[in-house]
Design a protein around this ligand. Sequence first.
Ligand SMILES: [Zn+2]
Length: 254
Amino acid sequence: MRREPRNSPAIVLRQIDYGESDLIVSLLTSELGVLRGYARGARKSIKRFGPALEPFSQIEIRWQPGRGELLTLLDADIVSTRQGLRLSLTNLALAAYAVEVLEMLLQAGEEQSELYSLLQGYLDYLSVQGDPALARLLFELRLVQHLGYIPHLLHCSECFTLFGEGNIAFDPARGGSLCDTCSDGKSPLSVGLGTLGSLSRSLQTPIGLFDGFRFGSRTLKEGAIMMALILESVLPKIPKSLRFLQQTTGFNEP
Ligand SMILES: [Zn+2]
């Protein structure tokens, strides 16, 4: 890796206090995915960082490779601190949830232009008081699709029959949607064709787009259960922020 300083647009995922006045910061960048860096004196030096390293901020970071795994963060310009997120405890908790999930799933240093756009659109939407249930469903749906977990929505995962009408079984352990014959009454969930159609259509849109969507209450409900089932099997542990979402905001799991 080159030693001279570089500039990267980045989203701040998390910061941890280190020593008296330093910070260790996780960032998501488009080109290099998750980066972790060391910001010397960041809690005292208003000039170099100011509030730029607050979680969920959109920044332009100047950095260079460090000695160990951590980069050396030199200074940052703020594009937006997304203060609007702080106006709603639910939206703030949803921001924390997405960031925690991405940190669990992404390896450091791999290009992540799609998931960078996804997180950027999601945080921007939540910071202007977007609909929390819709934001969460679109984020989770696009995330699991990007990771390759729901290849089959509108046809049976096992016999590939296209669905025509009625309720469809859903079992992430068997690849997703299942017809009656294949499911044979053994699936954990039944969902409507309308739900699968809405979810499938929303996957045809740009990954960072959140404005202008409308989901019916059934789609929101069934979609949330589908995502919970998938993420349960994908995530290495239950995100702490999910408990925070449930406990402090009354934003219930399905
Ligand atoms: Zn089938």
